[in-house]
Design a protein around this ligand. Structure first.
Ligand code: FAD
Length: 465
């Protein structure tokens, strides 16, 4: 008789593979299905990790170019792009090998192929060679993730018009690049190629870049990008993208004005679409809404025994969100009583230069929720550690509640902001007050002193400005 699993997970991204490990730790008999050659999903192969490797090479180049300011004279650096790509691939392969090891260590059954729900408690897997096998299971977790979206009038041909998947493998540094979409993905690639010497333009439909961030952060980031000679077009609607043979011509309207810009290539970075087609939803009661699968706070779908997590559900499309949802789902399956996720505490990080990071409510959202809000802003230019590396750029903004002094949000743009954010995540999780944050001793000299100073600024008495 075929073995019955406690849980079968379809998709091995940071949702699926993390869920599989936690399930195994909880003693659940677990299978993980993946259609790609290697485990790890978008995050490892086409997202978080390869982009950060390119960003690291780009930042390194930038720092070497500025080395003379610190008394270190080096010959003009030369970029070996093939080597940049090789390093990126090495990091990705190491990550994939690590996941393989963790699957073996936790005795998780890994099955390569396309998974589809085939009925109650049944998942069918079709291998690359067309062979089929059926798995019996008590629970199913859909963790099929997402793929890049594109605008209806901008055809991604992967030659002149690329998306985040294809630009990762580009074999050269383009002389010029137009990025459509100024979310995290667009801003990160803009930073990579700006540092690498491309002439970069960004075209964003909304009035600000990084539109989900606090307005002061978006404004500061625009200032920083302009300083780096990135050409910004906000409030701009893309009308057409034309392949000119030697490059691309993009026409946009900004209010009543029509603008045309040209570049060697275009990156379409206009968001991602959930993957919920061809996974057997017709055998369940689940109805996808614009592709997204809705769940309750325990990640249960409308179909008993079927859970969904990560980019395929309508929560923030982030790796750490997918992982948190995965752990919650399997703990629920294992009969634990997990607390629902407080999505207000989701950290957000954009690894452009300088970095942007935030957690909690923006000033606008806090006001919308009815808080009587107080805010404090403190600049990196007044942090000595930032001056040492000539990185006194950007700021921190703390958003607090006037009545109880609780910290509601911390927003940053500046050097290493994505690392500095962790303290704010703990602060918000523990519901601490601005005064407690301001009275927390921080080591000197550190960049993290900015969080303390930001809290002091919110109380009206920052020390260093
Ligand atoms: P995915 O990682 O998309 O994994 C889904 C997996 O399911 C894939 O491997 C897919 O092949 C597989 N699959 C799909 N259908 C089937 C099927 N029927 N059968 C078998 N397998 C199937 N997030 C961050 O938090 N930080 C970042 O810095 C960051 N950077 C990013 C940069 C870029 C360029 C991009 C595109 C994304 C980035 N993200 C980042 C987002 C992050 O990658 C996703 O939020 C995360 O990967 C979602 O995890 P997931 O497990 O839901 O899905």
């Amino acid at each position: 008789m075929a073995e019955t699993f406690d849980v079968v997970i379809i998709g091995s991204g940071p949702g699926g593979y993390v869920g599989a490990i936690r399930a195994a730790q909880l003693g659940l008999k677990t299978a993980l299905i993946e259609k790609d050659k290697r485990l790890g999903g978008t995050c490892l192969h086409r997202g978080c990790i390869p982009t950060k490797s390119l960003l690291w090479s780009a930042a390194l180049l930038h720092h070497i170019q500025e080395a003379a300011d610190f008394g270190i004279e080096v010959p003009k650096p030369v970029v070996n792009w093939a080597k940049v790509q090789e390093h990126k691939q090495k990091v990705v392969t190491k990550g994939a090998n690590g996941i393989d090891y963790l699957m073996k260590k936790n005795k998780i059954t890994v099955i390569k192929g396309h998974g589809r729900i085939a009925g109650k408690g049944k998942v069918e897997v079709t291998g690359d060679d067309g062979s089929k096998q059926q798995l019996d299971t008590k629970n199913i977790i859909i963790a099929t993730g997402s793929v890049p979206k594109s605008l209806p009038n901008v055809k991604v041909d992967h030659e002149r018009v690329l998306n985040s998947d294809s630009i990762l493998g580009i074999d050269r540094i383009p002389k010029s690049l137009i990025v459509i979409g100024a979310g995290a993905v667009g801003c990160e690639f803009a930073s990579v190629f700006n540092h690498m010497g491309s002439q970069v333009s960004i075209v964003e439909y909304l009035p600000n870049i990084l539109p989900i961030e606090d307005a002061d952060i978006s404004k500061e980031m625009e200032k920083q990008f302009k300083k780096r000679k990135i050409d910004l077009h906000t409030g701009a609607k893309v009308e057409s993208v034309e392949n000119t043979g030697s490059g691309v011509k993009l026409t946009m309207t900004v209010g009543s004005e029509t603008r045309t810009i040209e570049a060697e290539i275009v990156l379409s970075a206009v968001g991602r679409a959930p993957v919920s087609e061809d996974i057997g939803l017709q055998h369940t009661s689940i109805k996808a809404d614009r592709g997204f699968i809705k769940t309750d706070t325990m990640m249960r779908t409308t179909e008993p025994g079927v859970y969904a997590i990560g980019d395929v559900i309508p929560t923030a499309m982030l790796a750490h969100v997918a992982s948190a949802e995965a752990v919650l789902a399997v703990e629920h399956i294992a009969g634990k009583n997990p607390a629902p996720i407080n999505y207000d505490l989701t950290p957000s990080a954009t690894y452009c230069y300088p970095e942007v990071a935030s957690v909690g409510l923006t000033e606008k959202k806090a006001k919308e929720r009815g808080y009587d809000v107080k805010t404090g802003i403190f600049p990196f230019s007044a942090v000595t550690k930032a001056s040492i590396s000539n990185e006194g750029i950007g700021l921190v903004k703390v958003v607090s509640d006037k009545k109880y002094d609780e910290v509601l949000g911390v927003h940053m743009v500046g050097p290493h902001a994505t690392e500095l954010l962790a303290e704010a995540c703990v602060a918000l999780r523990l519901e601490i007050t601005t005064e407690e944050l301001a009275h927390t001793m921080h080591a000197h000299p550190t960049l993290s002193e900015i969080v303390k100073e930001g809290a002091e600024a919110t109380l009206g008495h920052p020390i260093h400005i």
